[in-house]
Every structure is written in C-alpha cells, then in structure tokens.
Design a protein around this ligand. Structure first.
Ligand SMILES: [Zn+2]
Length: 358
C-alpha cells in the first residue's frame, strides 16, 4: 500500500486551487512545469536556510551541518551528484518570515484552510474529498483498509468505503486536535496561540507552499516547526491518518537556481511525543539517528528537485520511495543505491515528476 511522508501530490492538487487565486488559467497551469535543471559537472551549490521557531526544540548550527552532510553523502551515492554547501546556514526568524507572508497573501488563501484550531473545519467536505482520493488509487479498497487499520482511532462499522471514510476522518480529527492539547517544553500547546508571541499560521502547509512561490532565496529550507494541517483539497489517505502531518515538499520557487526549493520539517525526527512515536512503530531515536534520518529525507526531496524523480513504490532500495508513515528505521534499512540506479523504473527517470509553476 502507498505510504509517504512528503506531499508533492498534494501540491499538484493545490496548484489548481492557487491557479484560481492568482487568476492563472488552467491551460497555463497545465503547460507550466519547472524545467529540468541542468547540473553542470555533476555538482550543485545550494543556498540553505534554517527557519527557527524559538518555541520548538533547538537544533544547533553543527547539527544542521550534519543533516546536510548525511544528505550530501546519499545524494552522491544514489544520484552521483556532489553537493558543495556553504559552511554557514543562515537562521531566519519564523515570526518575520510569516509576518511578511501573511501581509502579502492572496485574498482567498485562507478559504482553503480548515480552521481546526477553532474547531471550525467542515469535515464533511474533507471526507468527500478523501473518498475521491481512495477511489482514484490503484490499490483496491481492502488493501487501503488493511494499511490504515492499525492507526484508526475508531472501529469501522462495516468494511465499506463509507465506514472507512468516517473512521479515517475521525482519526485525522483526533490527530490534529492532539497538537492543540499536547504541549511543548514551554508549557503551551504545540499548535496554538501563545501569549506574548504573534499568532501566525506556522503549521499550515499552504503557507510553506506560498513561501516558495514568493521566492524565498534558498534552494533548501530546514525548519524545526511542525507542519500539520487540513485543506479543502484532496488530501491523501496516508496524510489523513497521520493527522495531516507533512514532512517535507518540493515546490516551485522563481528565485531558486533549480526552479524549485525543498523544505524539510525536523520535528518528526526530534519529537518524542507519543503520537509521533506511534507512527514510528514505537521507536525513540538517538540524536545522531534523528539527524541521519532527517538527512535521508532531505536527500529524497533533493532527488525531486534536481532530477525531478518520482516515487518508485515497488522498490524498497530507492531513497525516492517514501517512508512508511514515520517509520524511518525500516525505511533506511532497505536503502541500496546499487539496486536502484537512475532509469531503473519509470519513476526513476529524470523529469518523471512535474513540479507545477503557479
Ligand atoms: Zn517524495
């Protein structure tokens, strides 16, 4: 069954929505994909920034370098590309970044966000979108149920798509509301307003998309922020049962040397929250392992960015095959570059992935 942690497919769905917001025509959206970047001498020099939320667990400059270092080794091994990264990773203040985004956002942007913080989500719309997603999959319903069942927060009345969709939506709801209750070390919920701090939509996926669209001057963006949200666009099953967590994405960025920028959220690797641990198959990670797994995730996104590779679901040796839920141990255990060369499957061909320009 299909499981993944990043969500470029969600983005492709989003682009249709944003096309409306920005008055671009559907025809333009269809034609408009990021050009396959030209990699000179098999070497790249990405600009990397770190967006820090001071409320979340701190990641040191040295640790950020380690993530990039681990990632670079995998990119070399799996894709034959050298990453020459600067020794300095500038730290950007998340308040400043998001204040600018909110001040210049498209008028209707927030209409696509489910306001779970105020319990104002129209879950019936989300459920109908989910049913469409389930029906579109190649896997039969039974195997989708089998995949999701261990994570469902309520039992299914019947083994049909209606009962299944209700159980998945309840699970999605419970997952999201967990973050409005579960607390960080400062005693305040992971997601929610904190006295004395600006109340900005840090956790909302569409704003991270907008950040790239607005041309943040970086090819790689790392953050310690958790991104978890619900949108009124088709959300994949695996994202739904994970409570709307997005681990990273590759998105059109007009300022990027490669036409797109990638972002990776480090929270799923460092947090020991019971919800996260459940999706990690119960595992806690040492700090070093967390850094390594985050590096693997970054390498995966860089494969989308530089070679525009897709997701080779059937080959567990590929770093481009997404992780199962948040179970990074079994993901990494199976990786083997020699068993997943470029061109070894349709998804492993350069340009297999279309990154929409919007
Ligand atoms: Zn991916």
């Amino acid at each position: 069954m299909i499981k993944k942690i990043d969500s470029y497919i969600l983005l492709i769905a989003t682009v249709v929505v944003f096309g409306i917001l920005f008055n671009t025509t559907p025809a333009a959206a269809e034609e408009g994909f990021v050009t396959l970047p030209e990699i000179v001498n098999s070497t790249v020099t990405p600009r990397i920034v770190y967006i820090e939320n001071p409320r979340f667990p701190k990641v040191s400059a040295e640790e950020l370098q380690k993530i990039v270092h681990y990632s670079a080794a995998l990119v070399k091994e799996h894709f034959g590309i050298d990453i020459l990264a600067s020794a300095d990773i500038p730290v950007l203040d998340i308040d400043k970044v998001f204040t600018e985004l909110v001040e210049n956002k498209p008028e209707k942007l927030d209409d696509f966000i489910g306001d779970f913080r105020n319990e104002k989500v129209n879950w019936e719309v989300v459920r109908k979108n989910l049913i469409k997603q389930i029906e579109k999959q190649k896997d039969p319903l039974a195997s989708q149920i089998e995949f999701a069942q261990p994570y469902l927060s309520m039992p299914m009345e019947k083994e049909d798509i209606i009962s299944f969709s209700h159980a998945v939506i309840e699970t999605f709801k419970a997952g999201l509301s967990h973050w409005t209750v579960s607390k960080l070390e400062d005693g305040h919920p992971v997601i929610g307003a904190v006295t004395g701090r600006p109340d900005l939509p840090f956790n909302e996926y569409v704003y991270w998309s907008l950040m790239a669209k607005r041309g943040i001057k970086a090819e790689i963006i790392l953050t310690n922020q958790l991104i978890a949200s619900v949108e009124y666009i088709p959300v994949p099953l695996h994202t739904s049962i994970r409570g709307g967590i997005t681990g990273g994405s590759t998105e059109y960025n007009p300022s990027s040397k490669y036409g797109s920028s990638v972002w990776v959220s480090l929270f799923p690797y460092f947090s020991n929250d019971p919800f996260i641990r459940k999706y990690r198959n119960g595992n806690s990670y040492t700090r070093e392992k967390s850094l390594y797994y985050a590096g693997v995730m970054l390498a995966h996104e860089i494969g989308h960015q530089l070679l525009q590779l897709g997701h080779p679901w059937s080959n567990k040796a590929c770093v481009m095959r997404p992780a199962g839920m948040l179970d990074f141990v079994s993901w990494v255990k199976n990786l083997d570059a020699s068993k997943c060369p470029i061109d070894s499957s349709a998804a492993m061909k350069r340009g297999a992935l279309n990154i929409p320009v919007w």
